[in-house]
Ligand binder design. Sequence first.
Ligand code: CAA
Length: 248
Amino acid sequence: MNSLEHRIVLITGATGGLGTAMCKKMHDDGYKVVANYRNEEKALEWQKKLKEEGYDIAMYQADVADFDSVGRMVAKITEDIGPVSILVNNAGITRDGAFRKMTWENWRAVMSSNLDSVFNCTRHVINPMIDSGFGRIINISSVNGQRGQFGQANYSAAKAGMHGFTKTLAMEVANKGVTVNTISPGYIGTDMVMAVREEIRNQIIAQIPMGRLGGTEEVAYLVSFLASEHANFITGANMSINGGQHVY
Ligand code: CAA
């Protein structure tokens, strides 16, 4: 048995571009990978495709914006497979628009899917992690939570809030074997970024010193490192991975 198979990794929003790369990398590392999804039809297709590529990923449905829905999912994972050792809070959405036109619904949708979700998922796994003496919480934030972005008052607020959460929880559980960190990717070649109008996207790429979008696997390798025991002493950190777009 691979020595990491006993470690269960739960990746939320797993069927997106970043989530898929993370699932593959963590599976390659030897973890038991559990993918959370919201949309059943898309998820089944995704699971089939990954299976054909040799990836055996368990799938569990929950709306991460809903505390009770996450609670039911975590209880089922625990019963079927075991307790979650590594949680990657990756699920997120955009509802971009200039603030003067932003609706309450688009504010709430982003805050609940991108920030409430971090509370909802982490709250349901943290105590078993503490009890077992090992745990990893890895929050996927964004360069736009570090620096702001025209059209993303909702998204930037949620992503910046995520890191405040990371810093506090990291302090609270540092002596329990549980680390809590944020990764702040820049513009990565995902569907979410490709949905930005081409001319605006090209303007953004022109601001990236490396002159390109990041690769999903580049973020997945950072997740893998933070999950590993090589990263035992890293907690409360915010790791940028943005091709030099935001250097501070
Ligand atoms: N900076 C300053 N002013 C800007 C601007 C900018 N970047 N973009 C637009 N404006 C100005 C225009 O000049 C115009 O000004 P006037 O009203 O004075 O003429 C006004 O804003 C246009 O406003 P609109 O609401 O009409 O703008 P729009 O509908 O054309 O576009 C938008 C708004 C959809 C938000 C568009 O700017 C956009 O797509 N921006 C990119 C948002 C973005 O980067 N999203 C990232 C998605 S990926 C992701 O989030 C992953 C990750 O973590 C990185």
